[in-house]
Design a protein around this ligand. Structure first.
Ligand code: PLP
Length: 387
């Protein structure tokens, strides 16, 4: 398979370790091993662990612990993977064939844009509508999800908007995939990272054709151990395991041990609370900053996740604007274009408050320049009386 470039990931991996300030991130400031030791991780046990292969689909204790989170699931409904991205990848390899149609929610994390396309699928996008509180455009959805659709991909909570689908919307999506015989892949890696409001409901259990992917990277704050998982119908999970044998064989053994501690119900709640605390502390700073632009910037506050998707009111393409911010201010942020929407910037809010403050100040320098050049363009524009 010739794979097309994943623009955002490549942009990040090129620059994130070169710039002074990386605000293109998408999780919260990561948890340390010490913090996990305080939650019961046996560091001595880790030191004595022979660095052998681990159970390739995840150890039974880890899959049992995960199954408890998903009512009705057993360890056979779960495949443990190297990150949520591998979970998504294995599903595409297992389910998508050339000529299939795949429906894709936009804006989004673009893995399910490039990957199925590279496998030869035809993509049908349906947009979350900013003017409808980020509800899907139902006309596009119905048009895009038909008997020819192999799978529908959503991220809920959504990266990058931070929006959460209503129960009614979730129901409508599941009813449609049941009717068309498609699979729903719901990427729930941000579930548990709610900033305000209730815990997001999982799609799991809403229908026979629902598959959930998730992992430790976002709501748990543990991206570096690279643990993700798939929860789905047994036959789909078995297909993914077969793919896994060819791709990476197994997750890392130490990571599996760390995950067993992190996903324990009491620890999970502690980690979610830590995430919420970080995000609740940072969001007001972004709110004030956006307001200081007096209309040039606007945003709908995220309900969940470590991201703010901010609209700017200028014609400059987002890639060009972000490039200017990187070159002049050494700050990396994500252009909307790389998330499927133009005239937006994605800014990370999962770091330390001082870091965010300085990052916003620097981004602001370039945006104010943009405002000034807009004003001078208006002044320079010829008036009727000039003719
Ligand atoms: C929606 C979504 N899914 C998957 C991933 C990849 O997650 P992981 O680090 O667990 O592979 C990301 C990363 O930003 C994401 O935003």
């Amino acid at each position: 398979m010739k794979i097309e470039q994943f623009e955002m990931e490549r942009m990040q991996s090129t620059w994130e370790n070169v710039v002074e300030m990386d605000l293109s991130e998408s999780g919260v400031r990561p948890v340390t091993l010490r913090e996990l030791a305080e939650m019961g991780l046996d560091i001595e046990g880790i030191l004595n662990t022979p660095l052998g292969y681990s159970q390739s689909n995840g150890t039974i204790p880890l899959r049992e612990a995960l199954a408890e989170q998903y009512p009705g699931a057993t360890p056979d409904h779960i495949e443990v993977t190297n990150g949520t991205s591998e979970a998504n990848y294995l599903l595409a390899l297992a389910l998508v064939r050339a000529g299939d149609e795949v429906a894709f929610e936009v804006p989004n994390y673009m893995q399910y844009w490039g990957l199925p396309r590279s496998l030869g699928a035809k993509m049908n996008c349906f947009h979350l509508r900013l003017d409808a509180d980020w509800e899907p455009d139902w006309e596009e959805f119905e048009r895009g999800v038909t008997e020819r659709t192999r799978l529908v991909y959503v991220s809920n909570p959504n990266n990058p908007s931070g929006s959460v689908l209503s129960e009614r919307a979730m129901q409508r999506i599941v009813e449609r995939v049941e009717k068309t015989g498609s699979y729903l892949v719901a990427d729930e890696v941000y579930l548990g990272a709610e900033i305000q409001g209730e815990r997001t409901s999982s799609f799991w259990g809403m229908g026979e054709r629902v598959i959930v992917t998730s992992g430790l990277s976002k709501a748990y704050g543990i991206p570096g151990v690279r643990i993700g998982w798939i929860v789905g119908p047994r036959e789909v999970v078995a297909e993914c395991w077969a793919q896994h044998d060819y791709v990476t064989i197994a997750p890392n053994r130490i990571s599996d041990a760390i995950a067993r501690v992190a996903v324990r119900a009491d620890n999970r709640e502690k980690l979610y609370a830590r995430t919420r605390g970080i995000l609740q502390g940072n969001l007001p700073r972004v709110r004030e900053w956006v307001e200081s632009f007096e209309g040039f910037l606007s945003f709908r506050e995220p309900r969940a996740g470590a991201l703010c998707l901010i609209r700017y009111h200028a014609a400059t393409p987002s890639v060009e604007l972000c490039e200017r911010i990187r070159v002049n201010q050494s700050v990396l942020i994500v252009p909307g274009k790389q998330l499927g929407v133009e005239a937006f910037l994605r800014i990370w809010i999962g770091g330390k408050p001082e870091f965010l403050k300085e990052g916003l100040r620097r981004i602001g320098v370039e945006l104010r320049q943009e405002v000034r050049s807009q004003e001078s363009e208006v002044r320079m524009a010829p008036r009727d009386s000039d003719f």
